[in-house]
Design a protein around this ligand. Structure first.
Ligand code: NA7
Length: 554
């Protein structure tokens, strides 16, 4: 068993070129990489996992900031492929915190004896496809080379942190922390003046916890969040045992659930939308009663809020009134009211977020009233003045979905660079699994998959099974390569985009990692599949049933 924290003994490093040829290379040892290793190894392949960190966990290893917690229920945000793992691991909370998830992944790595095939402290910097022998060569930062016919990029969808790009950062005399690489030993914020920059899911989790520790907390907010109270709680005594006794039913329900999670999650908190009649026809008294009785939730649950832009605007105003019922200072309450429509960003759930702004040691700096200009040796200068701080904690997000792979020099047929393809065409892929021009390179939750609109685990496990079956099919039939056809890729991505045409997800005021607008220079495009996880699985199954239609097998 693991303590979930330390470096574990990794595999030995190969010594010669012959040792470095594998049947498959998996990049990354997070949830996806661990399962890919287990599954492909079970199918008889020699597999090597290359992992930049010194331990397993991926996104859940790095994002160890105060308050880090999953927003999907633990018993659904966990591997479903092994009844033994399901029964042996005991979750303590409905929505698990980061330490518990990290400990779980260490438990899985030990239980399945995965570490012997994982090489830690190994950052992949280049992958190139050799057409002559249909082999990928994978090069690491230390200059090692590995070869294999197949590569599984289990590199994560939220694993490439954004550089906030604020001038003067290197002149700051205090401590700079990043939520996405928070110190493993923690950081004592007591007696310090702290600035948190960013109010997405991460910032909203961090802020209430840091407020309790810091002498003073400045929240530098560029966009206000829509966030609803989290149902996080410990499991009651005996509750988990009962759930485990019904695990088959839980997994069956998950399989047919639109987002790949049938129980408590950020999605379920928001999906009870429509509990009220249309907002546009509600009387003023009905509107006020809704927020008095239901808090911020009461501003959003009307049946027309997502479908009718006018109702959406009314809901935003009502949301501001609901915030003002919690936050005592009217200026702060106004600052916490979003200026973009509800529904276009990832749903956020929180523990005591708005209440935090009633504390004497918390100040909201609404950057809409004056943006950040520079970081100075003693603090942060905004259009509203200078804020003296000892610690700056960035929660500024990720180059999501594609960033982890564009930071590697990935070269396919004719030396074409994946980063160039995604820069020019936008984030394209077929079924979120393959990109035209990159044979035998499998993505996990790539563009065009349900990724951000789903329980990551549900689609990830399905995709790894799909990939393993595909590799077995190729090897069994004496085939060397599988490659996405460009026309299938275009058709798939067009279909993915058609699903959201006219929806709030494409609203021009909606800048988020969902559509790439949070990354300077990235093509703005919404490529998350929203027709649901079950439909996605069906589509992928059909592709197999029709002889891998949309792919060329050679
Ligand atoms: P998000 O959701 O991308 O949030 C990043 C936040 O940081 C957001 O409030 C940004 O404001 C803000 N930001 C980014 N750059 C800056 C600069 N330069 N100055 C000020 N503020 C900035 O990332 P999270 O880590 O919170 O969440 C990512 C996902 O992880 C989440 O959706 C869950 O699925 C788990 P903006 O909104 O761009 O104006």
């Amino acid at each position: 068993m693991s303590d979930g924290n330390g470096t574990r003994a990794g595999s030995t490093r190969p010594t010669g070129a012959a040792d470095r040829h594998y049947d498959a290379i998996v990049v990354g040892a997070g949830f996806a990489g661990l399962y890919a290793l287990h599954r492909l190894r079970a199918d008889g392949l020699r597999v090597r996992v290359l992992e930049a960190a010194d331990s397993v966990g991926g996104t859940w290893l790095f994002n160890r900031y105060p308050g880090a917690r999953c927003d999907i229920e633990s018993i659904e945000y966990s591997y479903s492929f092994s009844p033994e793992l399901q029964q042996e691991w005991n979750w303590s909370e409905v929505l698990p915190g980061q330490p518990e998830i990290e400990a779980y992944l260490n438990f899985v790595a030990d239980r399945l004896d995965l570490r012997r095939d994982i090489q830690f402290d190994t950052r992949v910097v280049e992958m190139s496809f050799d057409e002559a022998d249909s082999t990928w060569t994978v090069r690491t930062e230390a200059g090692e080379r590995f070869t294999a016919p197949f590569v599984v990029a289990a590199t994560g969808i939220l694993s490439a942190p954004l550089d906030p790009g604020i001038p003067g950062l290197d002149t700051f005399g205090g401590t700079v922390l990043f939520s996405s690489r928070y110190p493993r030993e923690g950081f004592d914020l007591a007696g310090r003046r702290v600035a948190v920059i960013g109010t997405g899911s991460t910032g909203v989790q961090i802020i209430p916890v840091v407020a309790e520790q810091a002498e003073h907390l400045y929240v530098l907010q560029r966009s206000a969040a829509y966030t609803l109270p989290s149902p996080a709680r410990p499991y009651e005594p005996g509750e988990l045992d009962e759930l485990k006794a019904n695990y088959d039913d839980i997994r069956a329900a998950q399989l047919v659930a639109h987002v790949g999670a049938a129980r408590t999650s950020a999605f379920s908190v928001f999906m009870n939308m429509g509990g009220f009649p249309p907002l546009k026809t509600a009387t003023r008294e009905e509107q006020l009663r809704a927020i008095e009785e239901n808090g911020v939730r009461g501003a959003l649950y009307w049946s027309d809020v997502l479908s009718d832009p006018e109702a959406g605007e009314l809901a935003t105003a009502l949301y501001g009134e609901a915030v003002a019922l919690i936050v005592r200072d009217p200026r702060t309450a106004a600052g916490l009211t979003p200026a973009y429509p509800f529904g276009c960003k990832r749903p956020i759930i929180d523990v005591g977020y708005y209440e935090t702004f009633n504390r004497d040691n918390v100040t909201l700096v609404d950057l809409r009233q004056g943006a950040i200009e520079e970081i100075t040796p003693t603090g942060i200068r905004t259009g509203q003045g200078h804020h003296e701080v000892d610690v700056i904690l960035f929660a500024t997000g990720f180059d999501a979905l594609t960033g982890a792979l564009t930071r590697i020099d990935v070269r396919g047929r004719d030396g074409v660079v994946l980063g160039d393809v995604w820069r020019d065409e936008g984030p394209v892929a077929y079924l979120g699994l393959g990109v035209a021009g990159f044979p035998n390179l499998f993505l996990i939750q790539g563009p065009g998959s349900p990724s951000a609109a789903s329980n990551y685990l549900a689609t990830m496990e399905y995709q790894i099974r799909w990939i393993a079956d595909c590799v077995a099919h190729l090897r069994g039939g004496g085939h060397q390569t599988i490659e996405t056809l460009p026309e299938a890729q275009s058709e798939w991505i067009d279909g993915v985009q058609a699903l959201v045409a006219g929806s709030v997800l494409l609203h021009p005021k909606c800048d988020s990692w969902y559509n790439g607008a949070n990354v300077p220079g990235k093509k703005r495009m919404y490529t998350t599949y929203v027709a649901g996880v079950p439909e996605f699985h069906k589509q992928c199954d059909q592709v197999v049933a029709s002889g891998y239609s949309g792919f060329k097998i050679s």
